[in-house]
Each structure stands twice: as C-alpha cells, then as structure tokens.
Design a protein around this ligand. Structure first.
Ligand SMILES: Nc1ncnc2c1ncn2[C@@H]1O[C@H](COP(=O)(O)OP(=O)(O)O)[C@@H](O)[C@H]1O
Ligand SMILES: [Mg+2]
Length: 256
C-alpha cells in the first residue's frame, strides 16, 4: 500500500503566516509528601494570532511569561500544539528562533558582553562579516537612539537603558516576530514613548509582528488585539480597551 504524501505547507502563502495554539496545556509536577502532583500553569489555550500587534494582559502569576515562552520553545507544551508560521517550536527550535526574537523582562538575562557595542556585535556574528560588524552594530544602536551608550560599561547603565540595549541586540538579527515580556517595566515615560514608536515603526516599515505582555493598560493600547490571561487560561479576547476593562473588573472582583 502506498501512503499519500502529506502536502508540504505552503511557506509563502498567508495560511501559514500565523501563530496558533491548539489545546495547549503546560504544567509542572510538584513533589509532595503524598507523591508528585500535577500543577497546571496554562490550561487549554486555543488561539490563532495573525494581527500585527497583540498584547497579553494579566496579573502576576497568571501565566503570561509561560505563554510567551511557548513562542520560541523556551517552554514546551505538555499537551496540545503550538505552530509558528507552520513550524513547531518544540521540534524545530532552531528555525523558529531564527524568526522569533525574545526580549526578557530582565535585560541581565540576555546581555553578556561588557559593552552594548560588543553585545550587538555578538548578535551579528552569524549575519555580518567581522570587518563590517562594528559599523552595523553602531547603526542598530543609532536606530534606537542609544548610540551614545555604545562603549559604556553595561554595569553602569540604568535598568531602562539596559532594556533598550537588550532590545537592540534582539532587533540586530532582524526577527519577523518580536516577543517582549513586560517591556516597559523598567522604562520611564520618555523611553516608554520611544518604545511605543519603535514598535509601531517596526510593524509599519519592516512588517514585524509584535506580541508583548504588559500590566500597563495604557501601553497595551498600541495593540490591535488584546488577550486577558487569568489562572492559566485566556479569559478574554478582544481589543485593548475592552480587555483593560475586563482586567480591571477581574482584579476588583478578586479583591472584594
Ligand atoms: N518553571 C516553573 N516551575 C514551577 N512553576 C512555574 C514555572 N514557571 C512558572 N511557574 C508558575 O506558573 C505560574 C505562572 O507564571 P508566569 O508564566 O511567570 O506568570 P506571569 O508572567 O503572568 O507572572 C506562577 O504561579 C509561577 O510560579
Ligand atoms: Mg511574567
């Protein structure tokens, strides 16, 4: 018997240019006196994202970071399936990571070199020949308006400055999808506005898709779509204004 070959996914077609989660659950085993007990972190996440900008809103511990880390295989699902433009991050982590850039909340998690310039050069090592790397790294820092920080020690930078450098290091590799975990936590108002403009420009000029988690309901307003996560489930899915209203209601009902 000859099996029919499964059709190859059409990588150029719009149908695969999507992020989809079907029946995705993530949990951990807690070691208790009576044995291992499964503790759910995310439960039955079903969502397809094809908007340019998506915000994930939710309280501390609701599961936002876990959800975002599924995008590039930093976390893998216990059950269900994640597909990023037709690729499963659990099976094709390398290909997925070459298209998904991930910016951690804590920039210390990703800055490894003594200066911003060296860090960006490190990001560029597989894409740009050595002789051109320094100029290319400077151009990235200039694009973010932080060229003046190029040769400073990363230890001397403020949290917000480090967060911008971490973002520059991720943007240097030209991701098609940018995932940011609470990117405004360390930013002052001016840098927050700068980030808002930068993300809008990336979407408009480079066609980058942006997914970010946030507590900042004002910042969430830049998204085309907003999901509210509560206790590991998506409990609301609409636009930022509606989602912010739902999130406030949720918080109020919890604290009453
Ligand atoms: N690796 C892990 N091991 C055990 N528990 C975890 C792990 N990662 C996350 N959790 C737990 O899962 C819940 C959701 O965490 P997280 O996704 O970081 O939420 P958020 O980003 O919304 O604050 C929290 O209760 C957290 O303690
Ligand atoms: Mg988090």
């Amino acid at each position: 018997m000859i099996f029919a070959r499964r059709p190859e996914p059409d990588s150029a077609g719009p149908a695969t240019e999507q992020i989809s989660f079907s029946e995705v659950s993530v949990g951990v085993l807690d070691d208790t006196p009576t044995g291992d007990v499964y503790r759910p972190i995310l439960t039955d996440v079903n969502v397809t994202l094809d908007e340019p900008t998506v915000a994930i809103i939710g309280a501390n511990g609701s599961g936002k970071s876990t959800l975002l880390q599924l995008f590039n295989g930093l976390v893998t699902a216990n059950s269900g399936r994640v597909l990023i433009d037709g690729l499963d991050p659990a099976e094709e982590a390398k290909q997925v990571r070459s298209r998904v850039g991930f910016v951690f909340t804590d920039p210390a998690a990703q800055l490894v070199m003594p200066t911003p310039l060296e860090d960006i050069e490190l990001s560029l090592r597989k894409r740009v020949p050595k002789a051109e790397r320094r100029a290319a790294a400077l151009a990235v820092l200039e694009e973010l308006g932080i060229a003046d920080l190029a040769e400073r020690s990363v230890y001397e930078l403020s949290g917000g400055q480090r967060q911008l450098v971490a973002l520059a290091a991720v943007l240097a590799v030209d991701p098609q999808i940018l995932v940011l975990d609470e990117p405004t936590t360390l930013l002052d108002l001016r840098n927050k506005e700068k980030l808002r403009k930068l993300l809008s420009d990336l979407v408009a000029r480079r066609g980058v898709r942006v997914i970010f988690s946030t507590h900042d309901l004002d910042f969430a307003g830049l998204a085309d779509r907003a999901l509210v996560v509560d206790s590991g489930r998506i409990v609301h899915d609409s636009n930022p204004a509606e989602a912010s209203r739902m999130y406030r209601e949720l918080i109020m009902s919890d604290s009453s």
